[in-house]
Ligand binder design. Sequence first.
Ligand code: HEM
Length: 306
Amino acid sequence: MHPRVSDDRPDHRAAAVPPLLVPPPGYAPAPPGAACPQACCLAPELHVLGDAPATDLDSAPNAPADPDARARYRWKVGHQASIALWQLMNGELDGALASEEGEGEAIGRTARCYDLYSVLLLYAGSCSPQRYADTVRADMAACHPAFSGQWAADYRPLPGLVRRVVNGRPREHTAPLRDAVRGNQRIHAAVAARLVPEGTSLLQEAGRNPGASPTPKETAMFDAFFAVRRGPVCASGLRSQLRYRLALARGDLLVHGLFGPNVPWAAVEPSPDLVQTFASRAVDLLVHHIDDLTAQDAARSAPAVL
Ligand code: HEM
């Protein structure tokens, strides 16, 4: 007779992270409802879009209890959330460049998105340097010896859009965005320096030029590694997918904490004060954005009152 499998096994409810559906490189999300084969704003296709637990955040599945599995899970959830977020940020900045109406709000929202991205960097890279080398970095190197964040197609337009918005407007209008971008660059550098103290990325180790644009094969490899699929999807579908990943991260942090007692961010590590500022606000920032994304979709789908 087989032993009965208990529902209390630590990873029994561990989340399988669904694939992320985003528009092909160079394409914006489809307008809500239009040209969206999933009709994702109307009836999310659960397998692909992993509909967010919008009202019941606590129903999000668990993160794995095993620390190696959790490091890989955080790397994937953090990257998928960042990819959806980059898409939405590109859209905000495109909008700000196209019309002056509402550009102040768009700049403010993009600055808050950069802060969220800073939290996602910390979340994705929160394991110990040793565990990072043994799991995430080894997996990426096995995928390709020069595997790099530079192959992220959805990130590539972002710095140029920020530059155009910042350069074309009075400094006082763009101060929050400039501050958030600078903070984000420091957090990325701090995570990189902590996880890879010798300082060389896989791209550099492979002798590649960090300034070179990725080939279509390399961006496809990045997509495959993080289970990113390309196809028409509307902005509402992107928000739904982002919200779900933020709910996963929030549930994980409430159970396991950000760094855990054995791998704190030590005072001798890079940018300890800035990291502490974001680390202490991580759950609040995630919840704020989950609420914000929920409200945006509720406002859009509310029937007009005459
Ligand atoms: C925590 C999650 C991380 C995310 C989401 C992320 C994302 C990115 C992105 C989007 C880029 C492209 C930047 C651009 O084109 O301007 C990039 C580049 C880079 N990242 Fe990260 N990164 C992460 C962690 C790390 C870590 C742990 C390292 C440690 C080595 C690192 C080192 C680098 C380097 C050196 C580059 C320049 C290109 C290269 O040499 O690969 N990053 N990253």
